[in-house]
Structures are given as structure tokens and as C-alpha cells.
Write a protein that binds this ligand. Structure first.
Ligand code: AMP
Ligand code: GLY
Length: 421
């Protein structure tokens, strides 16, 4: 089958890599893609937010399946436009993607479906904001209601900072602080059947030891040796299935990837957030462990046939991904620097470690790869356990040279050293 992937980050590179290894995929296209994706898919320049343009491209390419990676096109209705053109699309409708696009909407769905989450208030006036901040006390959790590319959430002990962020948001969700390790659990759904994938953990802060500002994610690993083996079943039963059922009941079924960001608190599992798409960088480690060819799974979800799909098959391997970010990320990242050593990773680390590109582009010479964004690439490695996967990932990171770049050195360290902690 011919497949078109929309997006151009490391998540889309991971999706394209898996799809390129699927014998059922006869042609792979990506728009807009990046310098790494160009090695496995044919790239097309298209405005990913323009549903009509994406649908036209998919029609021209005679795509059997379109996979929409990032949230912004989903919230803008790109999946609807593709489906209206009669082409199967993996990704929710604009209505269903509000689960990510509006935190207030997500809270409303969770309340209706009795899904465990932090208590919260939706506020629009300074009086409401002050009342909510006062009710919860520090640490304050203040979330912009709308999509904010990972920058909408402020968690702080500083009342003035919490208040300033809330006032700047317009409509804001103020929430109880949830204490405990975080887990990202993805599920593939066709709006009725829900297929959870393996859990992963993301590292959101920029610096080692969870210091520094929030980012899109600096690394991830899977499996989670410290997690309760019953966690996935419990989240399926208390979070994923009720949410999917509630959206179907409302007449806006959610099909695509439902991402539950969870806190494992002393009082049980709580949803921190929902996303309507694969997470980045968790996708890199989850897909590294999936043995079942990906295209058939995504197509079955897009066509409402997940109930007929055989169980997913997983590798026993562990996987670790480490993000290499530009100088000054997440503030104003420096771009345009040459990246060297990529071929060394291929030569010395393949197939256990590989580079997935995010913010990269080819220089005019057609050979040099340049940094073009905040998160530049992520190095993903597999191994018999987390310690080996970690070692391989960091060995490969060490071969890559990008002036001024930064990465965390502690991705998966605790889980690898003290698996029961
Ligand atoms: P989000 O964009 O909702 O994923 O929030 C970004 C990060 O902020 C999360 O990964 C958490 O680390 C933190 N966060 C969000 N909500 C809460 C909460 N209620 N309690 C504690 N931390 C939170
Ligand atoms: N890794 C966090 C996200 O994809 O939103």
C-alpha cells in the first residue's frame, strides 16, 4: 500500500522508519519531512495545516493511508479533509482532537466518563484565577486552555508567577498538583476498540536531574521496570476505554492515537493530560519495540477494523532515546549549524542504534545536514535491557558533533540502575 505521513519531526521519522520496514508498504511519502526522513520516504512540500492541500496530495499520490503526526493539523481538521476525499486517515477529527486542543474540554470529557484526574477550575477572570490559586495552594499548576506547543503549562511555587501566567492565558485551567512518577501510555483506537501500546517515560525538563525549563521532551525509555505490571490493564479500564466510549456517545468518535499522560500518585493513577497523537520522543522507543508491521495496524484503526486484528507482538528488547537539542533550546534555539558524525553512527552502531531527525535540513550543497530547529535529532537504541540500550544510545550520541548542542546525560539512568525503585 502507498502511505503518506504528515509532519516532519523525530516522531514522523520513527513512524516512517517503521513503515519503511513493513513489507506491505510499497511506496512511502512524507510531507513536509526533514533531511533524515528523505532517506526512507519521498518528500513533498506541503502546508501541513492546509487540509485541502494535504487531501489533494494524497489523491495525487493515490495513497491508501494518510497518517497525521502532529497535533496542529489534527486540531485544524486535516484528518477530516483527507477522509472527505475518500482516503483512509489515521488521526482523529478536529472535534475529537479537542481532547488535546482544549484542556477544559478534556476535563469535561473526563468528568462525564468518571476518569481519574486532578481537581481543577476553568477560569476566565482575575477573580476566578485568584480564588482557584488560593483553593489549591502551592505548588501551583496553571495551564493555558489552548494548544501552546508544550509551553502552556507552568508549575511553580511562586504565586506571582502562577498568577502572571494565568492572566496571560485568557482561558486557563488551574489544577491540583499531582505528585508521583509520570507515565506516557499510548493507545491505538478506531473509536470503539482500544489497543494499548507499551508504556514509556518521557523526560520533560531541559537539564539533568529534572532541572531547568520544560521542553517538548529530552529523552524517553521503555519498558518501565518499576511500574506495576497491571498498570496497562488498569489504565485501559479506568481511562482509555471510558474516554473513547464517551466521545463515541457524544457523536464525535475518536479514532487514531490516544495518548494518556499519567501521574502515578499515592492515591492512584491520575490523568495529567490527553494528547491526540503519538508523543515525541516516546514514540521513538515504543515503535522500536513493536514487532507487528505498523501499516496494517494504523490502517485497521483508520477503517474501524481493530477488533479483528491479531494481538500486537512486541520484542523483549528495551529501548532508550536521547534528544540532541540546539544551543539555547528551549528559548531561542540557534539553527543553521552543520551536524557531523551521522555516518559514523550508521557505520558503527547500526542496527542497534540509529538517528531519527527532527529539526534538520539539507544544505544547498545537497550533502551537509544542518540544524533547523530546537530539538535537532534523537538517537534511539535497543538492547537486552535498559542498561545496554542506554550505553548504545550514549555511545552513538558521542559520535555526533553539533556545535553548542545539548543533551541530558541521565535518560533512563535511574530505571536502568535500580529497576525496582
Ligand atoms: P502537559 O503539557 O499537560 O503535559 O504538562 C507538562 C508537564 O507539566 C507535565 O508533564 C508535568 O510534568 C507537569 N504537570 C502538568 N500538570 C501537572 C499537575 N497537575 N501536577 C504536577 N505536574 C503537572
Ligand atoms: N513527549 C510529550 C509530548 O509528545 O507531548
Amino acid at each position: 500500500m502507498k502511505v503518506l505521513v504528515i509532519g516532519g519531526g523525530a516522531r514522523e521519522h520513527a513512524l516512517c522508519r517503521s513503515l519503511s520496514l513493513d513489507p506491505d508498504v510499497t511506496a512511502l511519502h512524507c510531507a513536509p519531512g526533514n533531511a533524515g526522513i528523505a532517506e526512507v520516504a519521498q518528500l513533498h512540500p506541503v502546508d501541513a495545516l492546509d487540509g485541502a492541500a494535504v487531501a489533494r496530495l494524497a489523491t495525487e499520490l493515490e495513497a491508501r493511508l494518510v497518517v497525521v503526526g502532529p497535533e496542529a493539523p489534527l486540531v485544524a481538521g486535516v484528518a477530516d479533509a483527507v477522509r472527505d476525499a475518500g482516503i483512509a486517515c489515521f488521526g482523529p477529527s478536529a472535534e475529537a482532537a479537542r481532547l488535546e486542543g482544549s484542556k477544559a474540554f478534556a476535563k469535561d470529557v473526563m468528568a462525564a466518563a468518571s476518569v481519574p484526574t486532578g481537581r481543577s477550575y476553568v477560569c476566565t477572570t482575575p477573580e476566578e484565577i485568584d480564588k482557584a490559586l488560593d483553593a489549591f495552594g502551592a505548588p501551583f499548576v496553571v495551564k493555558d486552555d489552548g494548544l501552546a506547543a508544550g509551553k502552556g503549562v507552568v508549575v511553580t511555587d511562586d504565586l506571582a508567577a502562577a498568577r502572571a501566567h494565568a492572566l496571560a492565558c485568557g482561558r486557563v485551567v488551574i489544577e491540583e498538583f499531582l505528585d508521583g512518577p509520570e507515565v506516557s501510555l499510548f493507545a491505538i483506537t478506531d473509536g470503539r476498540t482500544v489497543l494499548p501500546l507499551r508504556p514509556a517515560q518521557d523526560f520533560k525538563r531541559a537539564l539533568d536531574g529534572d532541572e531547568g525549563p520544560n521542553t517538548g521532551g529530552m529523552g524517553a525509555y521503555s519498558p518501565l521496570p518499576w511500574a506495576d505490571p497491571k498498570l496497562v490493564d488498569e489504565v485501559l479500564e479506568t481511562v482509555l476505554q471510558p474516554t473513547v466510549d464517551e466521545l463515541r456517545r457524544r457523536g464525535t468518535p475518536f479514532s487514531g492515537l490516544l495518548y494518556a499522560g499519567l501521574a502515578i500518585t499515592g492515591r492512584g493513577v491520575r490523568v495529567i493530560e490527553f494528547n491526540a497523537r503519538f508523543g515525541d520522543p516516546e514514540t521513538q522507543v515504543v515503535l522500536a519495540r513493536l514487532r507487528t508491521p505498523l501499516a496494517g495496524v494504523l490502517l485497521a484503526a483508520a477503517e474501524g477494523r481493530l477488533a479483528d486484528l491479531p494481538e500486537l507482538v512486541w520484542r523483549d528488547d528495551a529501548a532508550v532515546t536521547v534528544v540532541v537539542a540546539s544551543h539555547n533550546y528551549p528559548d531561542t534555539p540557534r539553527t543553521g549549524d552543520p551536524i557531523e558524525g551521522l555516518a559514523d553512527v550508521v557505520a558503527q552502531d547500526a542496527p542497534d542504534a540509529y538517528v531519527l531527525h527532527a529539526g534538520t535540513r539539507l544544505a544547498d550543497d545537497g550533502g551537509t545536514v544542518l540544524s533547523a530547529g530546537g530539538r535537532v535529532l534523537s538517537v534511539t537504541a535497543t538492547g537486552k535491557d535498559l542498561a545496554q540500550a542506554r550505553e548504545r544510545a550514549y555511545a552513538a550520541v558521542g559520535r555526533i558533533r553539533l556545535d553548542g548542542s545539548q543533551h541530558r546525560t541521565d535518560i533512563a539512568r535511574r530505571a536502568a540502575e535500580a529497576p525496582e525503585a
